[in-house]
Design a protein around this ligand. Sequence first.
Ligand code: HEC
Length: 120
Amino acid sequence: MLRRLKFLEGVGKTAVISSVMITLLSAVPTISVAADVAAGKAKASVTCAMCHGPLGQSMQPNVPNLSGQPEVYTVEQLRNYRSGKRSHEVMSLMAKPLTDSEIDNLAAWYASLKVDVAEK
Ligand code: HEC
């Protein structure tokens, strides 16, 4: 009887350990597929460059530069325009049809551009 209980204790521990391991493993975030900079560039040149410039440096005073912005920032702004959390008559329309991966690619493209700053 005692022996059997000890055996069961062992089984219990194993079960607890393996369920802890499964929990830990499932807590590891799924590695997202890296954003496609080339696809972002292609999309930007057709849809965004007319206002934000071919290299993300705006040519209009009321349009912001995008090149060199951290990827996370651009992703967040585009998602906010798309959801309505941030609203602008032009950008809300521009962001509406973008998919998550298009947003990731566009943000990766603008983040990949090097910007140098200097005092005038
Ligand atoms: C017709 C002109 C126009 C086009 C086309 C356009 N934008 Fe914009 N974009 C603007 C203007 C104007 C703003 C400033 C909006 C505001 O004040 O919120 C802006 C703002 C942004 C911002 C926020 C920047 C910041 O500093 O917070 C991002 C990101 C952005 N645009 C990305 C894009 C992308 C990506 C595309 C192409 C899919 C695009 N835009 C197409 C005019 C345009």
